[in-house]
Design a protein around this ligand. Structure first.
Ligand SMILES: [Zn+2]
Length: 268
């Protein structure tokens, strides 16, 4: 897990404040895999990154993950625990592309990488800007999701054959692939890289309806790190004020000793 003491984690947090989703995810990923270059991290399958982030999460904050979701039917706030060890299954190593055959179509593709995911998100953001300004509704959101899927798929196509004849992948709008082919592609990708997209199905204790909730480990871990960092800075502030110690001195204390001195300050 590299050298992720409190000072290093605070530096990652500070750097992350200047970024949004993808930049923060990359910073966290570098903390999880300090020996890899940024290019290398971006070219990993999405599920590989998620597995790295779950491992980092376990190392930093333990196995129990508390999840909050809202029931889609009645709005009830739900809270439950997950074990981080059960999530973040790494995609299996494979030689060569994945292949899907459906009717007269044969499609070969590779697993989406982190870079593909970002490109898809970027394309959707570009295309969706004027729509968002008017306030997107559910239908527009699902169109955006479909567009993201197509962009992602288009980047990952290796070859397409129809009735045995090659179709140039760059001239084939992915949206024109028949729906059963698209569905099979999505299923094959999910089987090959299950951790790329962790979707939870939560039954509401109040009304019994099931709600689907996506667990985005990068955002989840960022929120935890943010909370942790702000708490730690408050501790530094209190101890520096009480004892005159410097930040490096305070960060060098074990969490247990820090807690103990803070209790003494509160008692005094
Ligand atoms: Zn409910």
């Amino acid at each position: 897990m590299g050298n992720t003491g409190p000072a290093e984690l605070l530096a990652i947090w500070e750097a992350g404040l200047a970024h949004h989703g993808p930049g923060r995810a990359l910073l966290l990923h570098r903390a999880a895999r300090p020996e890899s270059a940024a290019d290398e991290l971006l070219s990993l399958p999405v599920g590989e990154r998620e597995a790295d982030l779950y491992a980092l999460r376990r190392a930093l904050f333990g196995e129990r993950m508390q999840i909050r979701a809202e029931c889609g039917a009645c709005g009830e706030a739900m809270e439950f625990d997950l074990d981080a060890r059960d999530l973040g299954v790494r995609p299996r190593e494979r030689d060569g592309p994945l292949r899907v055959e459906e009717g007269e179509w044969t499609v070969e593709f590779r697993l989406p990488t982190v870079a593909d995911l970002e490109a898809a998100a970027h394309a959707v953001a570009e295309a969706g800007r004027p729509v968002d300004a008017e306030g997107g509704d559910g239908a527009q959101a699902s169109t955006a999701a479909a567009r993201a899927r197509w962009v992602l798929l288009a980047r990952c196509l290796v070859s397409v054959h129809r009735a045995g004849r090659p179709v140039p992948a760059d001239r084939l709008p992915v949206a024109e692939l028949p729906e059963p082919v698209q569905r099979k592609l999505a299923e094959a990708a999910e089987r090959a890289d299950p951790a790329a997209d962790v979707t939870l199905n939560v039954a509401c204790p109040e009304c019994g309806e099931a709600t689907r909730a996506e667990l985005d480990i990068a955002s989840y871990l960022w929120a935890e790190l943010d909370h942790w960092a702000r708490d730690l800075l408050l501790d530094v502030h209190l101890l520096a004020t009480a004892y005159g110690w410097s930040e490096p001195q305070i960060l060098a204390l074990s969490p247990l000793r820090r807690r103990y001195y803070l209790e003494l300050c509160a008692d005094g």
